[in-house]
Design a protein around this ligand. Structure first.
Ligand SMILES: [Zn+2]
Length: 168
């Protein structure tokens, strides 16, 4: 049990909620789980697995409580290269702690409809390369894009093909 947050039921199932004020830059939790491949992630299916992509053909099969962290298109947290969930701004007690799933997505396999309710909601959660360059640059400047996605070419060209991504 963390003193910073608790897992609570919410409209999307379960979510992480701040128990106390969390300051921008503070680590909320480390994401933990076994490292699995794309085919292992697909075999397990959506109900048994919550894969966070960390490289080409590499995922962390998230365990609780990290797997309870929900997506937001206007997130107050992000995942850094060491797989820590870090606060991007000050988070108030009771606020849900969310990150943008697109900052960890690059395999072209998953697309999720979004109901995060933020004013800038993109409606679909898709791979990092589909984000606008402005949003990509924003997340890159905060250091919360998985390193395998943070390749210069990837955000300079508007929509690189998947084969381009895979062969890097
Ligand atoms: Zn959204």
């Amino acid at each position: 049990m963390s003193e910073l947050f608790e897992v609570r039921d919410c409209k999307l199932g379960k979510g992480l909620f701040a128990r106390k004020s969390i300051e921008a830059g503070e680590t909320v939790l480390p994401f933990e789980g076994l490292v699995i491949t794309t085919s292992q992630a697909l075999e397990k299916g959506e109900k048994q697995s919550d894969p966070l992509q960390i490289g080409l053909n590499r995922y962390v099969d998230l365990q609780d409580p990290g797997r309870c962290a929900n997506h937001s298109c206007d997130p107050n947290a992000g995942v850094n290269r060491d797989l820590q969930l870090v606060a991007l701004r000050n988070i108030q007690p009771g606020e849900e702690i969310c990150y943008d799933y697109s900052t960890t997505m690059g395999d072209g396999l998953w697309e999720i409809s979004c109901h995060c309710g933020s004013t800038n909601c993109r409606n679909r959660i898709r791979d990092f390369r589909f984000l606008s360059r402005e949003i990509q640059t924003h997340y890159l400047s905060l250091g919360v894009v998985q390193p395998y996605l943070a390749v210069e070419d990837l955000y300079k060209s508007s929509v690189p093909s998947l084969s381009h991504v895979r062969h890097r």
